[in-house]
Design a protein around this ligand. Structure first.
Ligand code: TMP
Ligand code: ASP
Length: 243
């Protein structure tokens, strides 16, 4: 694999920076040490967070690549950076829920901790100023955020990712409660899984203690936030007998 150099920064988000490379179709993604929650209202810097999220995300994407999931991730560069296909992100956050918690419980008055009989897939419109509102597939179609074919592929890939991730985390004593995915299109219009998969974007509960091992520790001030991220990385990197 060719070595790509980091050229000028093209984007800075809440958790990552993107850089151009000598190939217009490839970007270097650098993970930041910043935490944000509630659409950026709550912020903090924690040294080591970017490293852990990059390492976890690389490991998870690598696992999903083996399962044939089409994705922007190409390879890990170092502890903070990964090489990825340049994509245009669709303005949709795709959330999968296996167990009830979070905004679902708040919005609908549903009890927390109920295991759903099948995964629930939800779409949110990606717009911080609006607070990422819940939308229907019809909104996405009518306002041109995704085509019918793209929505069909997104749902199919999302459910495959859920099945694969449950199998990855279960033997590690981690319950995959829910998570958020984003999708993008490359320069040829191919739909690819994008963004990151980390304790920032997933809810992980320890199977034996119920401890929260994800960003809820930051959102709810539960303490030892990075300890939880470290624990996820330790379990992921320690297990070499993957399904
Ligand atoms: P929610 O219950 O707050 O809607 O979150 C559902 C899942 O999506 C949870 O795993 C956290 C993740 N998530 C993000 O990755 N980014 C976000 O902006 C939000 C609100 C949730
Ligand atoms: N990612 C969102 C933010 O940074 C919200 C969240 O994850 O709770 O504001």
């Amino acid at each position: 694999m060719a070595v790509y150099t980091k050229k000028e920064q093209i984007y800075e988000g809440k958790a990552k920076k993107l850089f151009r490379t000598e190939d217009p179709d490839k970007t270097i993604i650098e993970y930041k040490d910043s935490f944000t929650a509630f659409n950026g209202e709550k912020r903090a810097e924690m040294s080591g967070k970017g490293r852990l999220n990059n390492l976890i995300s690389c490991e998870v994407f690598g696992f999903l690549a083996q399962k044939g999931i089409p994705m922007h991730f190409i390879e890990k560069i170092d502890e903070l950076r990964q090489l990825a296909v340049m994509v245009t992100i669709l303005p949709l956050e795709v959330v999968v829920r296996n167990i009830t918690t979070g905004s679902l419980c708040k919005r609908l008055g549903i009890e927390e901790g109920i295991r759903l009989p099948r995964p629930l897939v939800e779409f949110y419109y990606k717009d911080d100023a609006l607070g990422d509102p819940l939308v229907t597939e019809d909104h996405a179609l009518l306002f041109g955020w995704a085509t019918e074919d793209e929505l069909r592929s997104i749902k199919e890939i999302t459910l495959r990712v859920n099945d694969a991730l449950k199998k990855l985390f279960e033997p590690l004593g981690v319950i995959l409660v829910d998570f958020k995915l984003e999708f993008g299109k490359d320069s040829s219009g191919n739909l690819l899984l994008a963004d990151e998969i980390s304790p920032d974007t997933c809810r992980f509960w320890d199977a034996s203690t119920g401890d929260r091992l994800d960003k809820d520790r930051f959102r709810k001030d539960l303490g030892d936030v990075l300890g939880a991220y470290e624990e996820i990385w330790k379990r992921l990197s320690g297990d070499k007998s993957r399904p």
